[in-house]
Design a protein around this ligand. Structure first.
Ligand code: ADP
Ligand code: MG
Length: 562
């Protein structure tokens, strides 16, 4: 083979600076791109083998990453399909021409053609973010193929010559540039591989490691161990989200959770996502035990594309109210490396968003219907999601109204329907409006709660930050129903009571006691009621106008949860 020199054909005159600066904000993704290309190459040879288009030995698929700190090189090699010199010119030189999309087009009827990761035809060039010189050594699977070598220093000129590879596959050798020497560290590379390659479908080897292996038994019949060097395989090739739910046990889901969040407490339950039309998405979402420090627990969902880690920024893909969920979403249909606003407008992303909402609602309904008691035990944790979801998404409200629970001061839980049935007979006013009483603070409002309960009314507990919004949204949604805080000025009057209780005070006494209190408080929007029914009753209640109080509360929350 003779040496050939030429120019890389590009669609934009100087694409390298663009790639270097704008395409990827993070240098470290060069390794993600090159390792995924190697994985693609291995998947392709397997595919060709199973289609009968390659009759040689496919062998054990393997991708190997190696570091030579002294020579300042990082090598990514695979035993995939390799490339001929012609293919290098076509697939590598023609920037922005994606070999992968052509491959998928060609084999689109084959079952797992979409296992091919690459889609953009630019990934390879991310190598130049960290290299002065990139070298390809490759040998194609094709009959009579000769090994080829390609080198390029990041300008638009390249060189192709005879290569030195003797086995099928490709090695990409990066001559790391001065600004990127941080990558010439074993620890650093291991860290990047852990982040991006942990669940790739082909074994990724990075050096070796020492482990203990059983080595016969000693005099006391106890097993002996010896140290052995074994391949350091950085990934698990078939993570649970790629498997069928029927093949998985609870322990599998919990183990996987521990893998993702080694320090996390066990989750409450999980949802296995699996859809292939009209978009492709798999994953497992976990409901964590909610702690007070919400912010620490947000943004825990990891986004993958065909088992390659992409990001843990899933803000626009997962509905806002589910941002506290943990787990993994894998979808080749989510556009990558594009701007936020584009993502929000993307129709697949919108569909994915509503699919996830629906799956979560279905799972909650299932848990509720299957084991109400267990569901009630989890309510203090999941109530937040459910309420937030019902407030923020109409569709979720419609589903949630069947499994959302209202909890009263006695700790009893009711569905909306059950609650209405329970309180309507006692708490309906003259206009036929059912009045729900609630407390935002069982300690501070204890006197009001007690007097309401003495009258035979039920009081709901609405004491979490989300509840003030939830109360307003319930009032809008529930027909002929009002919610009044238990200390509201109207709570006593609105509710019709048959029995009239006799006060121990004369009318005159009541009036003067009332005047004393009003003078002492001296603020608008408060009202004073002198009850004084019996010695163990609160003799006087001071209430605040419900509307005014809510306005104050909202102001305090500074606009609320959105
Ligand atoms: P994409 O992966 O999106 O197609 P890349 O720029 O990452 O884009 O790669 C361009 C093309 O180069 C690939 O589609 C493939 O045809 C070829 N290629 C890259 N790396 C390898 C490899 N390790 N083995 C075989 N072909 C490769
Ligand atoms: Mg690629």
């Amino acid at each position: 083979m003779t040496t050939e020199k030429g120019s890389i054909s590009i669609h934009t005159e100087n694409i390298f600076p663009i790639i270097k600066k704008f395409l990827y904000s993070d240098n470290e993704i060069f390794l993600r791109e090159l390792v995924s290309n190697a994985v693609d190459a291995v998947q392709k040879i397997k595919r060709l083998g199973s289609l009968g288009q390659f009759n040689g030995e496919v062998g054990e698929p393997l991708v190997e990453v190696s570091l030579d700190a002294a020579a300042k090189t990082i090598t990514i090699s695979d035993n995939g399909l390799g490339m001929t010199a012609e293919e290098i010119k076509k697939y590598i030189n023609q920037v922005a021409f994606s070999g992968a999309s052509e491959f998928v087009e060609k084999f689109k009827d084959a079952k797992d053609a979409n296992e091919i990761i690459g889609k953009f035809g630019l990934g390879f060039y991310s190598a130049f973010m960290v290299s002065d010189l990139v070298e390809i050594q490759t040998l194609s699977y094709q009959d009579g193929a000769e090994p080829a070598k390609w080198t390029c220093d990041g300008s638009t000129s390249f060189e192709i010559s005879e290569g030195s590879r003797t086995t099928r596959g490709t090695s990409i050798i990066l001559h790391v540039n001065a600004e990127s020497e941080e990558f010439l560290s074993e620890g650093k590379l291991q860290e990047i591989l852990d982040k991006y390659a942990k669940f790739l479908p082909v074994p990724i080897k990075f050096g070796t490691k020492t482990t203990q292996e059983e080595d016969g038994v000693d005099e006391e019949e106890k097993p002996k161990y010896k140290s052995v060097e074994v391949d350091n395989i950085v990934n698990t090739t078939n993570p649970i989200w790629t498997k069928a739910p029927a093949d998985l046990s609870d322990a599998d889901y919990l183990d996987f959770y521990k893998q993702l969040y080694p320090f996390g407490e066990d989750p409450l339950f999980w949802i296995h996502l699996n859809v292939d039309y009209p978009f492709n998405l798999t994953g497992v979402l976990y409901f964590p035990k909610v702690k007070d420090d919400f912010d620490m627990q947000r943004n825990k969902i990891k986004l993958y594309s065909r088992q390659v880690f992409i990001t843990d920024e899933v803000k626009d893909i997962v509905p806002e109210f589910l941002m506290l969920l943990h787990g993994v979403i894998d979808s080749p249909d989510i556009p990558l490396n594009v701007s936020r606003s584009f993502l929000q407008a993307d129709s697949n992303v919108k569909k994915i968003n509503s699919y996830i909402t629906k799956k979560v609602a279905d799972k909650l309904a299932e848990l509720f219907n299957k084991d109400r008691k267990a569901y009630e035990e989890k309510w203090s944790n999941i109530g937040l999601f459910v309420k937030y979801g019902m407030i923020s998404e109409e569709k979720f409200y419609d589903k949630g109204k069947d499994f959302a629970l209202l909890t009263n001061t006695k700790g009893e839980n009711f569905t909306f329907e059950e609650y209405k049935e329970k309180v309507a007979p006692v708490q309906t006013d003259k206009n036929g409006t059912v009045v729900y009483l609630y407390t935002t603070d069982t300690e501070k409002q204890d006197g009001f709660i007690q007097s309401a309960e003495k009258k035979g009314y039920d009081v709901l507990v609405m004491n979490t930050p989300i509840d003030s919004h939830f109360v307003s949204s319930l009032e809008q949604k529930l027909e002929k129903t009002q919610l009044k805080r238990v200390d509201a000025s109207v709570a006593n009057q609105l509710i019709e009571k048959d029995e009239v209780l006799e006060s121990v005070l004369s009318e005159e006494q009541s009036t003067s006691v009332k005047a004393i209190f009003e003078k002492a408080i001296a603020k608008p929007n408060f009202s004073v009621e002198v009850v004084g029914l019996s010695p163990d009753d609160s003799p006087v209640t001071v209430t605040m106008d419900e509307f005014m109080r809510r306005m104050k509360d909202m102001a305090k929350m500074g606009g609320g949860m959105s």
